[in-house]
Design a protein around this ligand. Structure first.
Ligand code: FAD
Length: 304
């Protein structure tokens, strides 16, 4: 089985997400080749063939042009699986490639079971294993779902993607615009205490923010807490919120859905407080306190 991994560049810098694509391929035990539209001065740690198209020539973000480039590499390499990150770049390109090749596309893969992709369903409350029709398919991988290999094995063997004729197209790239961070930048906090749906009601946000203050940090929240408007969006941690890597992350009443973990799993030390001893957050937490947060957190604040 052969996988074509689609790396991404942003502002001339290779994004680290290519390593998770390698982790996916490793789990599948697939042979790999890689593709990216970028610059030769920033190459992946990857001991394999890297088809590099010059961003200066083809543009760093242009799905119509990049589609053509990827199709030319697919023609040469004949991969079985084409692997994108579940990012705005992947969302834009994966369906174009799948449609062009008449292949099935499986979006937001979070795991592999018996070699088959697993995706979340019912707002990530359940998971479904998907068996594509045929051997070939296109996937997008949820951030944080696949662990990068410890090493990529060295410098990539660069193969220049050149002489691809680009016809007139209707998309022009105008630049990147940073999302507004608002008043709080959790990515710089050394301690974060986050509130999950387990806090039960908006009045209990104060318990969480009190602990954060006591520990000299900031408070964050999971998405349901933000969706309920108990906490403002700029404090949301996860794939559709902020990515954080504090020294200490305290998850209060948070189950540990993959979309939340993707935003905080680089934290140095994780304490989870949960009434459910089997909550998935326990799998990545250094300490799991099995307790009602409404009792435990105020008691902890008193002790501190
Ligand atoms: C496209 C997409 C993007 C998403 N992006 C994000 C994102 O950026 N961030 C994010 O967080 N989620 C995101 N989600 C939602 C995610 O899938 C989960 O639904 C969400 O993370 C669950 O939040 P939670 O853990 O607070 O709630 P739940 O999953 O409901 O968990 C609540 C937990 O609290 C515990 N609990 C209950 N009462 C108590 C108590 N008294 N004391 C202690 N523990 C208690 C329960 O045992 C449970 O484990 C996204 C989903 C989708 C589909």
């Amino acid at each position: 089985m052969k996988a074509l991994l689609i790396a991404e560049y942003r502002d001339g810098k290779l994004l680290g997400s290519y390593q998770e694509l390698m982790g996916f391929a490793k789990t599948l035990d697939a042979e790999t080749v890689m593709f990216g539209v970028g610059v030769p001065s920033d190459l992946p740690d990857y001991a394999g063939k890297f088809h590099l198209a010059a961003a200066m020539h083809y543009g760093e973000f242009n799905p119509m042009v990049h589609k053509k480039l990827i199709l030319s590499v697919i023609e040469q390499e004949t991969p079985d699986i084409i692997v994108f990150s579940h990012s705005s770049y992947g969302w834009d390109l994966a369906p174009r490639i799948a449609a062009a090749l008449q292949l099935p596309q499986i979006s937001e893969v979070v795991d592999l079971k018996d070699g088959l992709p697993v995706v979340p369903v019912c707002n990530a409350k359940l998971r479904r294993t998907v068996k594509p029709q045929g051997e070939k398919y296109v996937v997008t991988l949820q951030a944080g779902a696949f662990n990068p290999p410890e090493t990529g094995g060295g410098t990539a063997e660069v193969i220049e993607v050149a002489d691809i004729e680009i016809a007139e197209h209707s998309i022009s790239f105008h630049g990147y615009e940073e999302a507004e961070k608002g008043g709080v930048d959790l990515s710089k906090a050394e301690v974060i205490v986050s509130a999950g749906r387990g806090i039960g009601k908006p009045e209990n946000v104060e318990i969480i923010s009190n602990l954060a203050t006591k520990l000299g940090g900031e408070y964050g929240a999971s998405r349901p807490v933000v969706d309920s408007e108990w906490v403002e969006h700029n404090r949301q941690v996860g794939t559709t919120g902020q990515t954080v890597s504090p020294k200490l992350y305290v998850a209060c009443g948070i189950s540990g859905a993959i979309q939340h973990l993707a935003g905080m799993k680089k934290s140095e030390f994780v304490v989870a407080i949960n009434t459910d001893k089997d909550a998935p957050i326990g799998e990545i937490a250094d300490v799991l306190v099995v307790s009602d947060l409404k009792q435990f957190v105020p008691a902890l604040i008193d002790k501190l």
